[in-house]
Design a binder for this molecule. Structure first.
Ligand SMILES: O=C(O)C(=O)C[C@]1(C(=O)O)C=C[C@@H](O)C=C1
Length: 123
Protein backbone atom coordinates (compact mmCIF):
# COMPACT_ATOMS: atom_id res chain seq x y z
CA UNK A 1 0.00 0.00 0.00
CA UNK A 2 1.30 3.50 -0.80
CA UNK A 3 2.29 5.99 1.93
CA UNK A 4 -0.54 8.27 3.15
CA UNK A 5 1.33 11.37 1.93
CA UNK A 6 1.25 10.05 -1.64
CA UNK A 7 -2.53 9.71 -1.58
CA UNK A 8 -2.87 13.18 -0.02
CA UNK A 9 -0.65 14.72 -2.71
CA UNK A 10 -2.69 13.02 -5.44
CA UNK A 11 -5.87 14.32 -3.82
CA UNK A 12 -4.44 17.85 -3.70
CA UNK A 13 -3.54 17.65 -7.40
CA UNK A 14 -7.05 16.46 -8.18
CA UNK A 15 -8.46 19.36 -6.16
CA UNK A 16 -6.32 21.87 -8.06
CA UNK A 17 -7.32 20.36 -11.41
CA UNK A 18 -11.02 20.60 -10.54
CA UNK A 19 -10.83 24.13 -9.23
CA UNK A 20 -8.46 25.82 -11.70
CA UNK A 21 -10.96 25.96 -14.60
CA UNK A 22 -13.61 27.44 -12.29
CA UNK A 23 -11.56 30.48 -11.27
CA UNK A 24 -10.55 33.00 -13.91
CA UNK A 25 -9.10 36.38 -13.08
CA UNK A 26 -10.83 38.35 -15.89
CA UNK A 27 -13.61 40.63 -14.57
CA UNK A 28 -16.64 40.50 -16.92
CA UNK A 29 -18.40 43.77 -17.78
CA UNK A 30 -22.00 42.53 -18.04
CA UNK A 31 -24.44 41.53 -15.28
CA UNK A 32 -24.89 38.05 -16.74
CA UNK A 33 -21.14 37.66 -17.17
CA UNK A 34 -20.47 38.75 -13.58
CA UNK A 35 -23.14 36.38 -12.25
CA UNK A 36 -21.72 33.50 -14.27
CA UNK A 37 -18.25 34.28 -12.88
CA UNK A 38 -19.68 34.44 -9.34
CA UNK A 39 -21.41 31.08 -9.87
CA UNK A 40 -18.07 29.61 -10.93
CA UNK A 41 -16.30 31.01 -7.88
CA UNK A 42 -19.09 29.72 -5.62
CA UNK A 43 -18.73 26.28 -7.19
CA UNK A 44 -15.01 26.37 -6.41
CA UNK A 45 -15.68 27.55 -2.85
CA UNK A 46 -18.21 24.75 -2.28
CA UNK A 47 -15.80 22.18 -3.71
CA UNK A 48 -13.06 23.40 -1.37
CA UNK A 49 -15.47 23.53 1.56
CA UNK A 50 -16.47 19.91 1.03
CA UNK A 51 -12.81 18.90 0.96
CA UNK A 52 -11.97 21.01 4.02
CA UNK A 53 -14.80 19.46 6.02
CA UNK A 54 -13.49 15.98 5.15
CA UNK A 55 -9.94 16.91 6.21
CA UNK A 56 -11.06 18.61 9.42
CA UNK A 57 -13.15 15.54 10.23
CA UNK A 58 -10.06 13.39 9.82
CA UNK A 59 -8.11 15.70 12.16
CA UNK A 60 -10.76 15.27 14.86
CA UNK A 61 -10.18 11.50 14.86
CA UNK A 62 -6.40 11.99 15.18
CA UNK A 63 -6.49 14.42 18.13
CA UNK A 64 -6.59 13.18 21.73
CA UNK A 65 -9.74 15.30 22.20
CA UNK A 66 -11.60 15.99 18.97
CA UNK A 67 -14.71 17.93 18.05
CA UNK A 68 -15.86 21.14 19.68
CA UNK A 69 -14.36 20.00 23.00
CA UNK A 70 -10.85 19.99 21.48
CA UNK A 71 -10.88 23.41 19.84
CA UNK A 72 -7.51 25.11 19.52
CA UNK A 73 -7.91 28.92 19.55
CA UNK A 74 -4.23 29.52 18.67
CA UNK A 75 -4.48 27.34 15.57
CA UNK A 76 -7.74 29.04 14.56
CA UNK A 77 -6.12 32.48 14.98
CA UNK A 78 -3.18 31.38 12.82
CA UNK A 79 -5.55 30.13 10.09
CA UNK A 80 -7.47 33.42 10.13
CA UNK A 81 -4.24 35.47 10.00
CA UNK A 82 -2.92 33.46 7.04
CA UNK A 83 -6.21 33.88 5.17
CA UNK A 84 -6.30 37.61 5.96
CA UNK A 85 -3.10 38.04 3.96
CA UNK A 86 -4.82 36.56 0.91
CA UNK A 87 -8.07 38.48 1.40
CA UNK A 88 -7.02 42.07 2.16
CA UNK A 89 -10.38 43.51 1.02
CA UNK A 90 -12.30 41.60 3.69
CA UNK A 91 -12.20 43.36 7.09
CA UNK A 92 -10.46 41.16 9.69
CA UNK A 93 -13.59 40.89 11.88
CA UNK A 94 -15.65 39.73 8.89
CA UNK A 95 -13.02 37.23 7.87
CA UNK A 96 -12.83 35.88 11.45
CA UNK A 97 -16.62 35.36 11.45
CA UNK A 98 -16.52 33.57 8.08
CA UNK A 99 -13.60 31.31 8.99
CA UNK A 100 -15.03 30.52 12.42
CA UNK A 101 -18.32 29.52 10.77
CA UNK A 102 -16.41 27.26 8.37
CA UNK A 103 -14.44 25.67 11.21
CA UNK A 104 -17.60 25.13 13.25
CA UNK A 105 -19.38 23.59 10.25
CA UNK A 106 -16.49 21.12 9.96
CA UNK A 107 -16.67 20.26 13.65
CA UNK A 108 -20.47 19.84 13.43
CA UNK A 109 -20.04 17.50 10.44
CA UNK A 110 -17.34 15.52 12.28
CA UNK A 111 -19.62 15.06 15.27
CA UNK A 112 -22.46 13.89 13.00
CA UNK A 113 -20.23 11.49 11.03
CA UNK A 114 -17.89 9.56 13.30
CA UNK A 115 -17.04 6.88 10.72
CA UNK A 116 -13.39 5.97 10.15
CA UNK A 117 -13.51 6.63 6.42
CA UNK A 118 -10.59 8.77 5.16
CA UNK A 119 -11.43 12.08 3.49
CA UNK A 120 -12.77 11.57 -0.03
CA UNK A 121 -14.20 13.76 -2.76
CA UNK A 122 -17.97 13.55 -2.73
CA UNK A 123 -19.00 15.56 -5.76
O1 LIG B 1 -6.14 21.77 13.59
C1 LIG B 1 -6.92 21.28 14.42
O2 LIG B 1 -6.56 20.99 15.57
C2 LIG B 1 -8.31 21.02 14.07
O3 LIG B 1 -9.06 20.44 14.84
C3 LIG B 1 -8.84 21.56 12.77
C4 LIG B 1 -9.52 22.91 12.97
C5 LIG B 1 -9.91 23.40 11.54
O4 LIG B 1 -11.04 23.16 11.12
O5 LIG B 1 -9.02 23.94 10.89
C6 LIG B 1 -10.74 22.73 13.81
C7 LIG B 1 -10.77 23.05 15.13
C8 LIG B 1 -9.63 23.64 15.84
O6 LIG B 1 -10.06 24.59 16.77
C9 LIG B 1 -8.62 24.16 14.92
C10 LIG B 1 -8.58 23.87 13.59
Amino acid sequence: MEAPGVAAAAQAREAAARIAPLVRSAVPDTLAGCRAAIDAVDAALATLLEHRVALAGRVQRLKPVGGHAGRDPQREAAIIAAMAERAPSVPPESLARIVTAIIEAGLDAAERDRSDEPPVWRL
